[in-house]
Each structure stands twice: as C-alpha cells, then as structure tokens.
Design a protein around this ligand. Sequence first.
Ligand code: SF4
Length: 443
Amino acid sequence: MTTSYIDIESLFESRKNNPLFNTSYPISPKDWVEYSVSGELPFEAIKPMAFYVHIPFCEQICSFCEYTRICVPSKEMQFRYIKALISDIEIFIRQYPEIKLYGFDIGGGTPTSLCDKAFSMLLDEYQNLISRVLLTADYEPSIEATFQTLSDEKISVIGKAGISRISLGIQSVVESVVNPLHRQNVDATAMKETIDKIHATKIKKVNLDLMYGLPGQTADTIRNDLETISFLNPEQVTVYEFRTNQVGSAFSVNSETSYEQYCLLYDGLIRLGYKSDFGQNTFSKDTGDYGVSSYLRHRMLDRWQYKGFGISAQSMSMNGLSYNIGKNDGSILTQIGFNDSYEPNIYYSLPKQELLAKFIAISGYSGGFSLPTANQIMDGQFVSIYTDVLKFLYDKNLITCSGDRIQISKEGFRYYGAILSMFYPINNIEAYANNQNPSYLHK
Ligand code: SF4
C-alpha cells in the first residue's frame, strides 16, 4: 500500500461512522464480479475440512434477520429438500473419500423447525457420514435451534446423533423489542426447562445468542437480557450486532448506541463469570473454550477450508469462495423442494488482497485477527505491505499487537468496521465512503 499517513487518516475518518463497514464482506456482490469464474472451487484433500448444512426454514420470519430463510414449507417439500442435501453430501464425499472433518454445523434458518421425520432423516445422514470419515481431535459439531421448535424428541435425536453443542437464538427477552420485529420468545422458565433437558443428555454445551443495536433496545432492556442469562446460566453466549447491510434501508443504526450496548453486555457477561476479550462476540464459562463450534473457530481464527451444503451456503478454500444457488436471489426460495441439488453456481477465484480482506472481516467477530494467517495469505509480506496502516492504527491506540494477534483496542472497537476496512483493497470501496449507500444494495 502506497497510501500516505495523511491519506490513511482521512480514509479512516471518512469511514468511522459508516454502518456499511462491519464483519460483512464484500460490501456488495458487485465488488467481486470481475473474479467470477466457471468451474468448481478446489479443496485441498490432504487438509481438514468442515461441513456446514443450511436449513432455510423458520416458524417466524424476524425482520432483522439477514439469513436465507422462508416459512416452513409442507412436509413433502421438506423431505425433498433434505433428500437433495443428502445427495449433494454423498456426491462430495465420493469426490473426497479421504476427507478429515474438523467441524460440522447445521444452521439456518432453524434446523429444528423441520418436521420430526425430516429432522431424523437429516440426523441419520449425519451419523452415517461421520461413521465413514476421519475426525480431528478437537471436532465439535453444533446445531442451531429455537426454544419454540426444540421438542423433547428432537433433543433426544440430537443427543443420540452425537452432536455436542446446541445454539439457541434469543436476541432479546424483552417483548417490546422483539415483537415489533416479528419475533416471539418463550418465557424464561420454559427456556430453563429446555436447557435442563439438554443437559440431561450427552449434549455438553448450550450457547445462547443475543443481539444489540436493535430498534427499541436500551440500557434497561440489555440489563433484562443479562438477568435472563444469569438465570439460564448457559455454557456459552454469543452477542451479535444488528447489521443493516442485507436487510434494507428500513432500519438505521446508531453506532455509538451499539457500542455502548456492546460495552454493557461485555461488562455484564464478564461479571457473570464468562471469559472473552473485549471486542470478541463469543463468551464462554470455560477459559479453554472459545465459545463457538470447531467449524466456526477454525474458520474465524485460522481460515481453514469449509464446504457448505444447501441453498445459498458458502464454501471457502485457499484460493476463493463459492456460493450455492440462492445466494443474493431470494426468488429461488420459491423453488425449494423442486431442486435435486443445491450445488454452487457462483465461484470467485480471488486475488490475495481479497482473500485477506475476507479473512480479516470474518475474524472481526473475534475482535482482531491472527498475524501469522494474514502473513501466510500475503506470502509473508503482510506487515511490510500494511506498515503505514498498522503504524497509524497503533499510534492512534486503535489496535494492540500482542504475540501473534492484532487486536482492536477498547477505544478502537467503537470504529471496528472502519479499522477492518483499512485492510480492504481500496478500488472497490470508495463508493461507500461518507456513508453513500448504493441503491443496488437494497434491490
Ligand atoms: S432470526 Fe432465527 S428464527 Fe428469526 S428468521 Fe432468522 S433464522 Fe429464523
């Protein structure tokens, strides 16, 4: 980067309060059009890989949600979708018979919104698959659920399948926050009963998701959320910032309010005995546990390769990313159940600056990024290429550097999106400076 120190400062200032800069990258799919190629994303057969399976069905369609999902369709459509998924997994396994899995996450959407029979079909395939492949020593599979859809039967099926972590969305327990956003939660006593039932099986960890920065959230509602966490006492908590990139311009966020709410959550969770570094979105009662599944941990911290199955799922290998059909095309959801396969239809072969930007954006969830991984992407040149940026951020106390990590400082976290963006290639993102918001983002 040849940008002068003063240019870096003005660039940073122009992005400081721009909500488009966060952990989402690329900022628009149009930014990667030039890297779109035909063919298949190649994986390195000798390296561990993770699977992610996307179930795009939900019983409620929360208006703040940026994931690909629809209301649960008929049972027939559910079966067809699961059959297509299983077929895609089996085809992939035939291609990579020596595969070693480091993780397996079933997410969505709400996987537990499937009917009992479709859910069992999926979990049978899971068990069948892991009996045929190698697993890393730290392999820790995980599944997403909601309290409304996690029946006793499904808890039992999950436990018997050997899935050791369940992640349940709450977002906020305050009805005046979530109800206007088309979400209902069950009461705290019912949540506690469900968590007790989970703990009575072999499922070792429960994670609860909270959000901050949502319309209607205040310091008082955040305190209510923390009180409920204290009562429920899960092993892990994940906090997500409300991002507006994918949900349109109907919402606006105040970055200062978001920052203050994150600080409240962070301080409250630390007081409750959770461990985390400031700026990190995952919290765990166990010091040796990062608070996520092995898939998310290695994806976020180490940039290990992963393969996504199901509509719109993302896959990544060393040289690029691919997206399955349905990414950026919500209309495809109307065809759910009519496809025999959800294989990728977009493949981006990316230059190393874009690979670095994607890695740093994903690592933003951990409040920083690994220096060795950044160096490896940039052929050992990361520090020399970004010396000016690193010096600027360090001199302004926006980052710290300890050992192998660049960590965003407490003051820097107020502008974490702008800090991450200082490592993005400059050419594509000047249009977003000064909070300009290209109309195509909201089509
Ligand atoms: S927040 Fe969860 S339950 Fe709500 S629409 Fe998104 S995936 Fe479905």
